[in-house]
Write a protein that binds this ligand. Sequence first.
Ligand code: COA
Length: 271
Amino acid sequence: MPDLPNEKSYADGKILQHATDGVGVITFNNPDKRNAMSLEMWEGFGEALTALRDDDAVRVVILRGAGGKAFVSGADISQFEKSRHNAAASEEYARRSVAQRALLADYPKPTIACIQGFCLGGGMQVAMLADIRLAAQGSQFGIPAAKLGIAYGFDGLKHLVSLVGPSWARLLMYTGMRIDSAEALRIGLVERVFPEGELWGETMAIAETISQNAPLAIKAAKITIAQVLKDESARDMGAIKTIGTACMDSADFREGRQAFMEKRKPKFSGR
Ligand code: COA
């Protein structure tokens, strides 16, 4: 993965953030620990997500790991003895990291996890909360909770089950096994796999396509798909109607129609 210029630093440089041409990038940057996530990193991750969410120029956000060996190798186990040693401590620990994951779960812009190397435990949680997962050949995926004695909560498993189905979720959780990119692709855990040297370019190409498309149309798709995944009783059909109306009344819809008729590339403003 290439270094990016002028990255903003969070959590003492262990989380980096960059934005250019409508594409935001957050890098997990603790390669000596295979980008294991400390609480400080979770909080820095939340701050970086918030900054890119509030930057109107940013239309899509890529998540990636530094060092070439890992996306994220899970929570930083060396912090467990002090801050996650029993149920009460675990609850406080979860509170601090869950809030940051909730930001990603409810993120208003499209997100892409760009995965090279190990994607384990909390790394899988992050990747599964992203809208799309693209991976390099040779990556490894797993949730070793059963090897550590950790219980995964509802949200952690909801996404796994919705992506790979209950049987694969059980196989992965009961054994704590790691699977490779080819298997992850086959079971629907990742959407595409590329040779290592092509992953970043392919990820940027998809991000750039998204960033040039109509933001309201993408938002409508994102909101509607999220509602499809909810139980019927919890569904907010009003939210779908609201974004649908905004989209169909938008200047961008007019621009999209005109550009097609004039055989030119549309220029969308998000309004
Ligand atoms: N928490 C804390 N430290 C971690 C870590 C984690 N989740 N994952 C890796 N590290 C540290 C290792 O302790 C090691 O530190 P050291 O250099 O001080 O010994 C360093 O990162 C490199 O790891 P190492 O195991 O030597 O590299 P590897 O390439 O052979 O294996 C992993 C990488 C990720 C497969 C292996 O480190 C691992 O299994 N980590 C734990 C994964 C896990 O259980 N995650 C779920 C947590 S809930």
